[in-house]
Design a protein. Structure first.
Length: 278
């Protein structure tokens, strides 16, 4: 498995398995399948309500904990230094681990500065091997990165062929922060799985649209965490290291970029109101 080196020297697999929208009932089975396929990086969150399933799967896997890379995230309702600190301990209990490999702030709302201080404390206490953020637009990211003590190792953002985050990736590189993609298949929006450019490139290599899209992000040095509840899709998503896109193919996919979200905007007050009241 290829890895990326985070800004504190920690090696993180560039390909992982995400459990967003995996039900608590299915999560243990899905993560167990993913580990058997070969995934060693698992991405969960407090707001997914499936940390316990992840914990059961990794405990039963037989894979040494140090060979796994586990990410979780602190939700908005647990913001603030004191509350976030308690929620981190609760996440560790559910995950049945003394530490996580990556600990993120899930959304830049409520007292996220207090939350980040709790993450820094967790890092210093050995409860997290690396810390960072998620869904931090350039303005919020620059602000936090300027005034925090420990620079974010990762910013997990909506990143796919239609929203490639080129500008944000450039900004983050200056701070030594790694871009991590959520929604690498855009959840099928914008006719993702029948895109003619991706299909044509895929035919050249005997690869699917999904595999081409993952390969594009990986070649840009972006961490990806595709999700599927089907083992055969997990296998397909995992098999993206046996081909390389040409410069011309990378440019062709690059032209698909619309540089805007297919999901939501933090600049939409109605959406923010919805999010902070979840």
């Amino acid at each position: 498995m290829e890895t990326v080196k985070l800004n504190n020297g920690i090696e993180m697999p560039i390909l992982g398995y995400g459990v967003y929208q995996v039900t608590p009932e299915e999560c243990e089975r899905c993560v167990s399948d993913a580990i058997r396929v070969g995934y060693r990086s698992i991405d969960t969150a407090q707001a997914y309500y499936n940390e316990e399933g992840v914990g059961h799967a990794i405990r039963k896997s037989g894979v040494p904990r140090e060979e796994l890379f586990i990410t979780t995230k602190v939700w908005i309702s647990n913001a603030g230094e004191k509350k976030a600190k308690a929620s981190i301990d609760e996440s560790l209990r559910k995950l049945q681990s003394d530490y996580v490999d990556l600990l993120l702030i899930h959304q830049p709302f409520n007292d996220y500065y207090g939350t980040y201080r709790a993450l820094e404390e967790a890092y210093k206490a050995g409860k997290a091997r690396a810390i960072g953020v998620s869904n931090f637009y350039p303005d919020r990211f620059i602000d936090l990165a300027k005034f925090c003590e420990i620079k974010p190792a990762v910013n997990q953002m909506e990143t796919h062929v239609f929203n490639q985050q080129v500008k944000l990736q450039e900004i983050m590189k200056k701070k030594g922060t790694q871009l991590m993609s959520w929604g690498p298949f855009a959840e099928g929006r914008n006719n993702f799985f029948t895109n003619e450019v991706l299909e044509a490139i895929g035919r050249q290599y005997g690869k699917s649209v999904a595999q081409v899209a993952l390969r594009f992000l990986i070649q840009r040095g972006i961490i990806v965490i595709p999700k599927s509840t089907h083992k055969e899709r997990m296998i397909e998503n995992f098999n993206v290291f046996d081909f390389t896109l040409s410069a011309e193919e990378m440019e062709a996919i690059g032209r698909l970029d619309k540089a805007e979200s297919l999901f939501f905007s933090h600049y939409n007050p109605e959406f923010v109101e919805f999010l902070i009241n979840l």
